[in-house]
Write a protein that binds this ligand. Structure first.
Ligand SMILES: Cc1cc2nc3c(=O)[nH]c(=O)nc-3n(C[C@H](O)[C@H](O)[C@H](O)COP(=O)(O)OP(=O)(O)OC[C@H]3O[C@@H](n4cnc5c(N)ncnc54)[C@H](O)[C@@H]3O)c2cc1C
Length: 260
């Protein structure tokens, strides 16, 4: 576990802010596609520090051993970029209902939070199919944008990103933007697109939408092995809330797909 210090904060859109961080160990980290990490947000008057262990199991035990009123909030995020010892993370500002969103809305240079990862254990390799399909909401935009940037120009791809309205669009070439303000939703738009069963599919975002899209692609005949999927957030539930029956089913499906 290491500390991160905010170097800069810049709004990207009304609902998305970009934060860059300095911190020990960042210039030694490897990079790979779709890098995920855990960020630790201190409680008021508390600290983001947990322990110095870099071993995931030991570190998590130390994290859980902190009494809950002092334990920093832990949330999952995506490395938008990591270069020259500077880590960039794009935060969705979904309101002050969650500690991560609340923190990002008021972040300032010099603020300190914690990080665990990114860890190679969570690396998700890209598919090798002729056509790669990416779909997600704004929480998955950092991942989708960084994945698209890595693809060779010759790689056929389709990318769908659901955002609140046109002002939320970012300069990510080739994205079909899905606007909630226009009554559109990701599941309807993606399921109406003609995707062959030979495609490789990447899904991230609100958990029930991800599940519906995965069912759709399995129904189309896409091999479960060729669908990388992850529910990034759950409506009306925080990341601290216990898994629902659907979450547990999703976890079982992910494990089953890995062993196929
Ligand atoms: C692997 C992974 C990578 C991720 N990468 C990113 C990233 O790069 N950038 C990013 O912004 N998010 C990312 N997320 C999503 C982020 O972790 C969640 O949105 C998380 O819930 C935010 O924490 P919070 O403290 O703001 O809200 P929580 O305390 O977890 O939730 C509080 C309330 O806010 C609601 N809520 C949470 N997220 C949203 C949302 N996006 N829109 C509307 N309501 C919401 C919940 O339903 C709940 O009611 C990622 C998630 C995963 C699993």
């Amino acid at each position: 576990m290491s500390l991160l210090t905010v170097a800069s904060v810049a709004p990207l859109t009304p609902r998305m802010t970009r934060v860059t961080f300095d911190g020990p160990g960042l210039d030694e980290l490897e990079t790979w596609p779709d890098q995920q990490l855990k960020l630790l947000f201190p409680r008021p008057g508390g600290s983001a520090h947990v322990s110095d262990s870099s071993d995931a199991g030991t570190w998590y035990q130390a994290y859980l051993a902190i009494p809950e009123p002092e334990r920093p909030w832990m949330r999952s995020f995506t490395v938008r970029s990591l270069a020259d010892g500077v880590l960039t993370v794009d935060f969705v500002l979904h309101g002050d209902t969650g500690p991560a969103s609340r923190w990002a809305a008021t972040a300032q240079a010099g603020d300190v939070i914690g990080r665990f990862g990114p860890s190679r254990d969570y690396a998700r390799p890209l598919g090798t199919a002729d056509l790669l399909v990416f779909a997600g909401d704004e929480t998955a935009l950092p991942a989708i944008a960084s994945l698209l940037e890595l693809l060779p120009g010759s790689q056929r791809r389709l990318a769908f990103v659901e955002v609140a309205d046109p002002v939320e669009e970012q300069d990510v070439p080739g994205v079909r933007w899905v606007h909630r303000s226009a009554g559109e939703d990701l599941v309807s738009v993606v399921t109406a697109a003609g995707v062959p069963s030979s495609a490789w599919v990447w899904l991230g975002g609100e958990a029930s939408a991800v599940r519906a899209l995965r069912r759709h692609f399995v129904g189309l005949g896409v091999s479960k092995r060729d669908i990388e999927f992850s529910g990034y957030w759950r409506r009306a539930l925080t990341q601290d809330d216990a898994p629902t029956a659907d979450d547990l089913a999703e976890a079982r499906e992910r494990l089953a797909a890995l062993s196929e």
